[in-house]
Design a protein around this ligand. Sequence first.
Ligand code: NDP
Ligand code: GDR
Length: 344
Amino acid sequence: MKTAVITGITGQDGAYLAELLLEKGYTVYGTYRRTSSVNFWRIEELGIAKHPNLHLVEYDLTDLSAAIRLLQKTGANEVYNLAAQSFVALSFDQPITTAEITGLGVLNLLEAVRIVNPQIRFYQASTSEMFGKVQAIPQNEQTPFYPRSPYGAAKLYAHWITVNYRESYDIFACSGILFNHESPLRGLEFVTRKITDAVAKIKLGRLDYLELGNLDAKRDWGYAKEYVEGMWMMLQASQPDTYVLATGRSTTVRDFVHMAFRAAGIELAFRGEGLEETAIDTLTGKTLVRVNPKFYRPAEVDMLLGDPSKAKRQLGWEPKTTLEELCRMMVEADLRRNERGYSF
Ligand code: NDP
Ligand code: GDR
């Protein structure tokens, strides 16, 4: 059976991909960073933390020698590079760390593949953030890039160096340009989960209101569990390539807020504009959403809308879960967690 390395197993996608590959009979080496308190809550919630075929290994993307030893030690056939400093807002405050991890870290792994075993199949977690200030609607594999954050710029370097290693050294290196994908395992700093967790807390009377930034931003949001399947499909194809994974539907943050409160039985009405905009509970008149400029970014990606037709045509990949279903799933999970008294 095959052996895979997944970098970033403590993250949302790492956890779902590990679950998928274990189901398929893989031996999985999942990497995590040593920190004072490592958090394995996602693989614990999925019930795979103690799976006999899952091995957890310490690894930091910024260390080339560690990358070489990782591939030597595991004898991996497939490497999924999901680790990154992945929070766009933080990348404005920590641009150099972001460049080192999210950009150069990928080169370390690709060099390790070239040195240890060029037969390894490599997946790079690229992103719709590379489209940034969009040059065409919808965005596909041919759309020119225009990143709008240090994160987007670092990921663009990582994307091109992946393509370069494919073309220069004949390495089976795929770049998946994935649009936003969410789930109950999404980190609390990202807007969808921040919203669904706040909805649960408000519903249970533990929070007065939710503060957000730009409500006009539009994103193409899909379900993470379906997107990790697309990653696996890319590495099973006959040729390495670049693919967009997206739903083809774009929704504003404001509409996602509506949807999430509705999933908890609360109907909102928005009033005012810009920093003065608020949303009230139509039943009680209580203000439940406010805008705080602290959550605005120095440069924003206003709208993303992906065209996944190449992935459908060549891989047979298709999104199935609607945003309403996904949103409900997230709100219900956060209600359950908050009722139990904790949420990560
Ligand atoms: P998460 O932020 O949930 O997970 C990121 C992972 O990277 C964590 O396990 C984190 O470890 C790890 N990591 C961070 N820095 C390092 C480092 N220096 N060395 C080793 N590991 C590190 O991201 P997602 O699961 O949501 O996303 C997976 C990948 O896909 C990321 O590369 C992201 O940029 C990209 N992507 C995500 C999209 C999305 O919508 N989710 C869309 C497009 C691309 P720790 O727990 O220690 O912080
Ligand atoms: P994004 O996701 O930047 O698209 O990156 P995020 O959920 O952080 O932001 C989406 C949009 O919502 C707006 N927004 C807020 N965002 C956050 N986090 N918090 C707020 O309070 C808030 N209010 C409004 C943002 O301005 C933005 O427009 C994600 C990450 O997973 C990346 O790693 C990945 O590459 C891309 O998706 C595709």
